[in-house]
Design a protein around this ligand. Structure first.
Ligand code: SAH
Length: 222
């Protein structure tokens, strides 16, 4: 299989074809070898227009959703970005290709270890993968110039709001009613207040942790 070609087609049809035209993002997505971030058995599906299982009941997000979230963050070179929910490491690699300094947290040690290894093998050695509950953020490295949460919680975690630098965004799916998630963007204004906007309906795995759902919510969700 010609992954390079599959990647070009994915960027052309799924991303640019849906109106995303930021050249930095398109180039970043053209560079990240998505097939490396999924299990051997799913490699041939790496560029399909949807999520793919990565183990532990979790998924690597649909490429278009990765694009939408990255655009919403407004990443600039050198920005310090926190991602909550490393999963496969793919989203973190896209952020790194956009020249962000990336911190990414994963609650499943096994996924964190796998992502750390794949990222290192693919030349993303400068980003930090941390094992733990990211719903509380990463206070010791705050503030961040953007925070991206790739799992859906019931409410907006207050610690994440506090860890945003002025002018930056938190992008997070919020499950307001069972089965109904809204991708939400919160902007910390320079006057200290927050603006909120709705970026549309999405379907993410649950955010499990102190500021998310209780353990066991996964079985409810599935
Ligand atoms: N961004 C990922 C998609 C990951 S799916 C990618 O590019 O592949 C969401 C991930 O969030 C899962 O791996 C899940 O284990 C993790 N997660 C859920 N709650 C979490 C929490 N409180 N802290 C850190 N990771 C969490």
């Amino acid at each position: 299989m010609d992954y390079e070609k599959a990647r070009e087609r994915m960027v052309h049809h799924q991303i640019r074809g849906r109106g995303v035209d930021d050249p930095r993002l398109l180039e970043a997505m053209q560079r990240v070898r998505r097939e490396r971030f999924v299990d051997e058995q799913f490699r041939s599906l790496a560029y399909r227009d949807g999520p793919i299982p990565i183990g532990h009941g979790q998924t690597i997000s649909q490429p278009y959703v990765v694009a939408l979230m990255t655009i919403a963050l407004e990443v600039k070179p050198g920005d310090r970005i926190l991602e909550v929910g490393t999963g496969s490491g793919y989203q973190a690699a896209v952020l790194a290709e956009m020249e962000a300094k990336v911190f990414t947290i994963e609650r499943h040690d096994d996924l964190a270890n796998r992502a750390r290894q794949v990222l290192e093998e693919n030349g993303y050695g400068n980003l930090r993968v941390i094992s733990g509950d990211g719903s509380k953020g990463l206070p010791e490295e705050a503030p961040f110039d953007g925070i991206l949460v790739t799992a859906a919680g019931p409410t907006i975690p207050t610690p994440l709001l506090e860890q945003l630098s002025p002018g930056s965004h938190l992008v997070i799916p919020i499950e307001e009613k069972p089965g109904r998630q809204k991708l939400t963007r919160i902007t910390r204004r320079t006057d200290g207040r927050y603006d909120r906007s709705d970026l549309g309906d999405v379907a993410f795995v649950p955010l499990i942790g102190e500021e998310g759902w209780e353990e066991g919510h996964e079985s409810y969700w599935q």
